[in-house]
Design a protein around this ligand. Structure first.
Ligand SMILES: CCN(CC)CCN(C[C@]12C[C@](c3ccc(C(F)(F)F)cc3)(C1)C2)C(=O)Cn1c(SCc2ccc(F)cc2)nc(=O)c2c1C=CC2
Length: 402
């Protein structure tokens, strides 16, 4: 194959000074608890393994359902295409930072799940952030799981049960798959209910991080090797942002409206349909809309414009040559031909696009979280000052006036 086809596929590691650790947290066995993947600055590790990008095959099954593809066939295709990829982070590595870390809560898109935005989350962690990428249980994820007690008959005998109540042996994974819109069902009521649940799940994740930061011992029903007590006093809980892609962008707006602890929001190619018009005047924090060139349309942009304010900073840029899938990790994982065919890649080099997105985000977060880093070097990107950026939008809004 020519050199153009053998580019080293893989999710780019963070550019920042910190090595990145990664672990999973599930607060309790129920679907009402919070479940997130944590990315954080860690000690340099030679030996530590890197976690699988897709944790288990049920996620591929969910993705097949979401894509309306046959499960058996697509599980083989996904495994063949994506089965071996690792996340650019060290699994359960010990946390290490010589300063308190600002915090980002990240919300995935429709049909996605917590691991699919690791290029963005790992970059933020490499720059000194602690990032919780939540996995939503509103049936908008391709798949997610929680736990149920085994039926009495199958339980291992009581003597094996640890003092801390039920153990993994007595628990069985319960899978929740993507819920498609039913034929004739109207979109807004379902999506509006989901966006409210999504915002609550982001706020619950923040509450859990706050507990962890205070040092009280918290239960993690996932038996990982990570020592959560190392995160005591690690977080700067005055510097918290919420970030998300597409449906996760709408979740950003809803979460900002509900929780003032979120000091600002970054909405990546936001999908505004799920939001009530009446919440727009109630959002008081700065918002940064970073859009792709191909996904947006007049009606969606005009709803973002309703958030324009003379007193609160609201910024928007569009990255030239990008598509909706330029933000999740898939964009790095296929060759050019398949990528363009499946709309996973745009015209622009995927790593250049994500660097522009990440650097613009870091500059915006420095400005509105009051960080003392050098991210202000990328301030011009916030105003779209780059050959690969468009200030505001490329969408012709006059259409929406008709
Ligand atoms: C026919 C399905 N139909 C469902 C309503 C539309 C499907 N669709 C376009 C897709 C997702 C696509 C995709 C994924 C993954 C492969 C793979 F092959 F690489 F796995 C290929 C092709 C299929 C591009 C979108 O929904 C776009 N979209 C997304 S995509 C978020 C996502 C999902 C799965 C991922 F693995 C990664 C990222 N998040 C949103 O919040 C919103 C929208 C639209 C409005 C709101």
């Amino acid at each position: 194959m020519g050199s153009s086809c053998s580019n080293n596929l893989g999710i780019p590691p963070g550019n920042g000074p910190n090595a990145v650790g990664c672990t999973d947290f599930m607060m309790d066995h129920t679907a009402e608890g919070t479940f997130f993947r944590l990315y954080y600055p860690c000690q340099e590790m030679e030996s530590a393994e890197k976690p699988d990008w897709v944790p288990c095959k049920e996620y591929f099954n969910g993705l097949a359902d979401f894509m309306k593809m046959n499960r058996a066939l697509s599980e083989r295709i996904f495994n063949y295409l994506f089965g071996s990829f690792k996340i650019p982070a060290y699994l359960d590595a010990p946390f290490k930072s010589n300063e308190k870390c600002p915090v980002i809560i990240f919300s995935h898109g429709l049909g996605a799940f917590r691991t699919l935005y690791s290029a963005i989350c790992a970059e933020m962690a490499s720059q000194g952030f602690i990032v919780a990428s939540v996995e939503h249980r509103d049936q908008s994820a391709s798949a997610t799981y929680y736990f149920c007690d085994k039926p009495e008959s199958e339980r291992s005998n009581a003597s094996l049960t640890k003092s801390s109540g039920a153990t993994q042996q007595n628990l069985v994974k319960e899978w929740m798959y993507y819920r498609a819109l039913r034929h004739g069902e109207s979109e807004f009521p379902l999506r509006n209910k989901q966006v409210k649940q999504r915002a609550d799940e982001c706020i619950l994740a923040l509450d859990k991080l706050t507990e962890i930061n205070s040092g009280i011992s918290v239960q993690n029903v996932l038996e990982t090797q990570f020592d959560w007590s190392t995160l005591k006093n690690s977080m700067d809980l005055c510097r918290i942002a919420v970030m998300g892609h597409s449906f996760g962008g709408a979740t950003v707006i809803e979460a900002l409206c509900k929780e003032v602890k979120f000091k600002c929001g970054v909405a990546l190619d936001s999908w505004m349909t799920p939001l009530d018009d009446e919440i727009f005047p109630r959002v008081k924090q700065p918002i940064f809309f970073i859009n792709s060139e191909k996904f947006q349309w007049a009606g969606n942009i005009s709803r973002m414009k309703k958030l324009d304010s003379a007193v609160i900073q609201r910024k928007m840029i569009t990255i030239r040559g990008t598509v909706h899938q330029s933000f999740p990790d898939f964009t790095f994982l296929t060759g050019n031909w398949i990528g363009k065919l499946m709309k996973l890649k745009g015209e622009i080099d995927p790593e250049l696009a994500i660097d522009l997105c990440n650097n613009a985000t870091l500059a915006f977060l420095q400005r509105h979280l009051g960080l003392e880093k050098n991210f202000n070097q990328w301030d011009p990107l916030i105003d779209g000052e780059d050959e690969n950026l468009i200030p505001g939008t490329n969408v012709n809004l006059l259409q929406s006036a008709i």
